[in-house]
Design a protein around this ligand. Structure first.
Ligand code: PMP
Ligand code: GLN
Length: 384
């Protein structure tokens, strides 16, 4: 393994899912739904396969139907006008979108500011691009993990190339507010920075929180790469269909990297997701309502088991504090948890450079059936 990747090893998700399989524990570690997305969308994929649509290399930027559907979604939902021909790129999940964006936009030695704790692929992709990551920590404050805007401002140097933002935020569940986003946008304009914003959980926001794309703020449209994924919005994480929207210049840049990573993304699923994006608004409402119920079931269960819960405003993850259980080391806690209780969770510390700041936090996924969440909570409580 080369020096750029040596520090990364196996992803925590693979490690914890393997542990779940080995021990037969309930897997609340890796974030994937235990119920597949809509039947009609699955049927659309089958139809595409049978009709021979997408069985050979689809167009590099993605099939026109999907690019048009992405553009229509951005317009309908956020009032953002996006040209499907020049401002949309289909990727192999958000994961490839992140990798291609970093490889295309970061020069060796550039600094990339990311919100810590960060989704694990960010650090690896910045490293593969030869960049240096600069974490800005979200800190617990009045029930949410909050971005300190002064800290963000202070993190910008002459070598800063881009801000890598994620809202709704995995793993903390924070949804950045209009004020926070406006401040990020102002900073980006003032310091002439690119922004890559991972908005894969755009449809999973709860209570009073609202998802506002960074690209909608003044001065942001042409400096922002927005990333989303069908894995989260339609519960098909195995299909690996994601997309980027950005200015023609940024799309062309990211596409230059994508063409040598995967060349194109799998064809038939693109046809199916094009149809999924045109589902009626009720689909998105139901998804959100269902996930909100599940959040509350798991939050109540974790509290009952003695953990302190940071109730998320978005995503399908809860971050819990294990200190009330007399524990301080989330990594050791999560390694022992499956044998001890029959439940798998992910230690949040692995998403930090400042590991000590993440030590007492553990992430649980709630994109699971209600009885599964209830059983997990029962097991945690029984184990004390
Ligand atoms: N970004 C974030 C914040 C995520 O949580 C995930 C999924 N775990 C991804 C990107 C990757 O998405 P995909 O499965 O579409 O590659
Ligand atoms: N995004 C999912 C999570 O955060 C897992 C994705 C993966 O395994 N790479 O759990």
């Amino acid at each position: 393994l080369n020096r750029r990747l040596a520090e990364f090893g196996t992803t925590i998700f693979a490690e914890m899912s393997a542990l779940a399989v080995r021990t037969g524990a309930i897997n609340l570690g890796q974030g994937f739904p235990d119920t597949d997305g809509p039947e009609e969308v699955r049927e659309a994929a089958v139809r595409a396969l049978r009709d021979g649509r997408g069985n050979q290399y689809p167009p590099g930027p993605g099939i026109p139907e999907l690019r048009t559907a992405v553009a229509a979604h951005q317009q309908r939902r956020y009032g953002l006008s996006v040209d499907p021909d020049t401002e949309v790129l289909v990727t192999a999940g958000a994961t490839e979108a992140i990798a291609a964006a970093m490889l295309a936009l970061v020069e060796p030695g550039d600094e990339v500011i990311a919100l810590e704790p960060y989704y694990d692929s960010y650090a690896a992709c910045v490293a593969m691009a030869g960049g240096t990551r600069v974490p800005v920590t979200l800190r617990p404050h009045e029930g949410r993990f909050r971005l300190d805007l002064d800290e963000l401002r202070d993190a910008v140097t002459d070598r800063t190339r881009l801000l890598l933002i994620n809202t709704p935020h995995n793993p903390t569940g924070t949804v950045l507010t209009r004020e926070e986003l406006a401040a990020i946008a102002e900073l980006a304009v003032e310091r002439d920075l690119l922004v890559v914003t991972d908005e894969v959980y755009e449809h999973l926001v709860f209570d009073d929180a609202e998802h506002i794309p960074l690209a909608t703020f003044p001065g942001m449209r042409d400096r922002t790469v927005t990333i989303s994924s069908a894995g989260k919005t339609f519960s098909f994480t195995g299909w690996k269909v994601g997309w980027i929207t950005a200015s023609p210049a940024l799309i062309t840049a990211v596409r230059s990297a994508k063409q040598f990573l995967t060349y194109v993304s799998a064809g038939p699923f693109q046809y199916a997701i094009a149809e999924a994006l045109a589902l009626p608004e009720s689909y998105f409402e139901d998804l959100r309502a269902d996930m909100l119920t599940k959040r509350d079931v798991l939050a109540a269960g974790l509290e009952d088991a003695g953990l302190t819960v940071h109730r998320p405003s978005g995503t399908y993850f809860i971050t819990a504090d294990i200190r009330p259980l007399g524990e301080t080391d989330g990594i050791a806690f999560c390694r022992a948890l499956p044998e001890r209780t029959g439940v798998v969770a992910v230690p949040t510390a692995v998403f930090y450079d400042h590991r000590e700041l993440g030590a007492p936090f553990v992430r649980f996924a709630f994109c699971k059936k209600k009885p599964v969440l209830e059983e997990a909570a029962r097991r945690l409580k029984a184990a004390g």
